[in-house]
Each structure stands twice: as C-alpha cells, then as structure tokens.
Design a protein around this ligand. Structure first.
Ligand code: FMN
Length: 352
C-alpha cells in the first residue's frame, strides 16, 4: 500500500525547498481533483462537536492549525481541510514582494525530526497575496493573516509597514498576526520591546476590531517574555502565539549557525515558555501554542497548559498528511480517558 514513508523517501532526495515546492504544487491542484479532495476531507477532517469551539465569534471545528510560513502566498488554503487542519495561517507577507535570503536557506535534520530555515520572508507581496486571498475568503475554516515588515524598511518606519498590512488584510482574514519574532530579518526581533508593542496595538485598534495576535520568539528570558506579552494584551492584543523558531543552535548537533530551528528539537523549549506565559495570562487572553507539536499527546499537553488552539508546521515534513487527523483523534482519546466531554474542559486544566 502507498504510504507517506514511501513518498518521503522520494521527497527527501530533493533539497528541502524544492520538496516544499513539489508539495505546494500538489496542494494547489488538489482542489481541482474533486473526488480525491472530498475523500481526503472525509478521511482527515475530524468533525466532532467535542472539539469545536467558538473564539471571537469564529468557529474552530478542531484546534489544530497550520503554522505560518508554509503557505506564505495564500495559494494552498483550499487544500487545508483535506489535510485535516481546523484553521490556517497564511504569510508572513510583507507590503512589497521580496526574494528572501540566498539559497540554500532550509535544512532538514531527519534524526532530530527538526528543520532549520533562514527564508527571510520570501513572498509575492501584499497585493498579490490579497488577490489570492480574495478568491477564497471567507472559507470553511478560519484564516489568519501573518504580517511582517520588509527587510529594507528601516526600524523607525516599521510601524508604517504594519499599518499598511493591517489595512490591507483586515477584511479578508479572520484574525491577524504581528510577526516581530522571525530571526531571519535583521533587527526584527529588536521590535519585541514595550514601546513598539504599545504603539503598534494602539495604532491597530484605531484601524480594526479584528482580533490581532502577537507572535513571539522562544529565545527571550521568561520574565522578559511575560512582560512583553502582558504589554501586548494591555495594549489591545487579542492573544499571544508562542513560539516562533529558535536560534539556540545547540539543540541540534551540526546545525547551521544562522536561521531558526523548529520541529522536535523545539518541543521542550517552546512548551516551557508557553507554560510560564500561560500561568500569567490564561483566562485573560487567548493563547495559541506552536513549536515542535506533532502528536496528539503534545497537543493535549499544550491545551492543558492553557492553549485554546495549537499549530504545527515542521511535523508535517516528517509525519506527512495524516498527522493532523492522528493528532485530533488522539486528543479525543485522551479526553475520553480523562473523562472530559468537551475541549473547553481540557484547556487550562493544569492551572485549575
Ligand atoms: N513563522 C512566521 O510567523 N512567519 C513565517 O514566515 C515563517 N516561516 C517559516 C518557514 C519555515 C520553513 C519554517 C520551518 C517555519 C516558519 N515559521 C514562520 C515558524 C513556524 O510558523 C512555527 O512558529 C515554528 O516552525 C515552530 O513550529 P513547528 O515546530 O511546528 O514547525
């Protein structure tokens, strides 16, 4: 029988970025193959009222979403239910198109089930992404729009990039995400400071009522991260997405000394920071956990720690398209074992 392990052997013969393009091509044409697409939706999209929640008046039929960076140009949205995702996040897109960093800029570490990337916000630019988005929005699953500044925009004008992007995407997305946590745009992470965050969210509030999340890096001291998240929430952020990739290169032997690491090597680091943030902010804001989640057990651990939703990217590379279905099935099994009837009882249960 055909399995992802067979396909993986072929895909892993290619450079990671080439393999990604092959995957993208397949996912772009999948909706045209109606029978296959419908079969995959039926098989992979877990529809169970126990997993469904309404957040900001938006229905999330299951809690597992696609993390940003996989669908940078909003070309694969229609295929996401076939992979089982309960929501998807497009981007990061920047106001103007940009090529990103020189190649190679994506690396796999199969033994560690980890990925390293230094893409640098390669994307077709906000106008093109908006055009793609308009063809699908509103969609059967919620769509988040993850936005970032152009590499050539000086720090003092960064706010203007975010302003332009919020204006552009506020009516064609269900939520927005401010990305100032990528390690691959020089000085971007410097914007993770109180002054910028205050300015950013007060500007954003003037523009839209759409929920806007702040996505943070895992490499800050815990106290600094908590303060930053509190600042964002007090300034009007709808929630926190933790975390982006890490620049702790000691997590993978022989890692490159640039870019950000993700996947299994990030699991504990991301969990530990998420847990501490949740201790402070659970109940006061909406928390999304991301970083090294590829099993139902790990997703369940994040939910119990206070995440309303989780996201995944790197796990897909190693586990393939059945991963999301398995995560949701396992969450349901764990809920049954623990005697929970609805996901809302799981969320934050470690803190109660
Ligand atoms: N996160 C963003 O917010 N914006 C991006 O453009 C983005 N690009 C990424 C590109 C690649 C190749 C990878 C592997 C990750 C990227 N990420 C980006 C980070 C992921 O969204 C996620 O936060 C991180 O990889 C941890 O999750 P994971 O371990 O499930 O991959």
């Amino acid at each position: 029988m055909f399995t992802y392990n067979t396909l993986k052997k072929v895909l892993f013969m290619f450079q990671p970025e080439t393999a990604h393009h092959l995957g993208e091509y397949a996912l772009r044409i999948l909706p045209n193959c109606r029978l296959l697409n419908n079969y995959m939706v039926k098989k992979n999209f877990i529809l169970n009222p126990k997993l469904s929640q309404e957040i900001f008046g938006i229905e999330f039929k299951n809690p597992v979403g696609l993390a940003a960076g996989f669908d940078k140009n909003a070309t694969m949205i229609k295929s996401m239910p076939a992979l089982g995702f309960g929501f998807t996040e497009i981007g990061t897109m920047t106001p103007r198109a940009q090529e990103g960093n020189p190649k190679p800029r994506m690396f796999r570490y199969p033994e560690q089930k980890s990925v390293q990337n230094a893409m640098g916000f390669n994307n077709e630019g906000s106008a093109k992404v908006l055009e793609n988005l308009k063809k699908v929005y509103p969609f059967t699953i919620p769509i988040g729009a993850n936005i970032g500044k152009n590499k050539t925009t000086p720090e003092e004008y960064a706010l203007l990039d975010y302003k332009a992007l919020i204006r552009k995407f506020k009516d064609t997305s269900d939520y927005l995400v401010i990305n100032i946590s990528s390690p691959n745009t020089p000085n971007l992470r410097d914007l993770q400071n109180e002054k910028f965050i205050n300015e950013l969210f007060s500007m954003a509030k003037e523009l839209t009522d759409k929920p806007i999340f702040l996505k943070i890096a895992p490499d800050m001291e815990v106290d600094v991260a908590i303060e930053l998240c509190k600042t964002a929430v007090n300034a009007g952020a709808a929630g926190i997405i933790a975390t982006n990739t890490t620049i702790d290169y000691s997590l993978v032997p022989n890692a490159q000394d640039f870019g950000g690491l993700s996947g299994a090597c990030l699991t504990e680091k991301s969990y530990e920071l998420f847990k501490e943030i949740a201790k402070e902010l659970y109940g006061k804001t909406t928390l999304i956990s991301v970083g090294g989640i590829s099993t139902g057990e790990e997703a369940y651990r994040r939910l119990k720690a206070g995440a309303s939703l989780v996201q995944s990217y790197s796990g897909l590379v190693f586990e393939g398209p059945s991963m999301i279905r398995k995560i949701n099935e396992e969450i349901l099994e764990l809920m049954q074992k623990d005697g929970y009837n609805h996901i809302s009882e799981v969320i934050g249960s470690d803190l109660k």
